[in-house]
Design a protein around this ligand. Sequence first.
Ligand code: PCA
Length: 210
Amino acid sequence: MKILVTAFEPFGSNALNSSQEVATLLPDAIGECVVVRELLPVDFRTVGNQLRSLIERHTPDVVLMLGQSRKFAGLSIERVALNLMDATNPDNSGYIPVNEVIHSDGATAHLTTFPVRELSEACHQKGIAAQISNSAGTYVCNRVYYEALYTIAKNRLPIQALFVHLPFIPEQGKMPSIAKEDLAEGIVTIMTKTLSLPWHTIDNLNASNT
Ligand code: PCA
């Protein structure tokens, strides 16, 4: 088994990105499972291609994408990616898409095949704040999440993909924040739970998500 973990570089007024900081704390392996970490640009127009080349290069079984969001003081386990880019703030290349479709031949939305409720409950059992979120927004995180789920569906790849948003960490001086060690423990909990899932029935598990 191999998990590809992606995190994002800082963007906007942020000197740090909590996802990048947390990714550096993750282990290189969990049991027999190799964990590969990569950093993505906050760039609407290149991030999709970059993700696809990372998938081609690493051929992972699981793609776990991390990003920063101020919306919740805990892990937001994202269920949905929308076929939409709509921003008020520019990405790191200065681009601001308005009401743009990501892939004109794509579904309006894709849902993760992960059992999101089981993952959030696994976090709660460890005392880690986590919620299921039904919108990853319309900025670059949603853009890369949609690319992953669209590419997997279109090419029928044997890959599962999930996006998790993380809050600020105290080093960023913004609120709410959670220690990066605690957030990393949450991500390890999600990865460990993921590895214990009956992969041959994951599509059935997905049906119980809704
Ligand atoms: N968060 C942004 C993009 C990069 C990141 O870490 C988002 O939520 O779209």
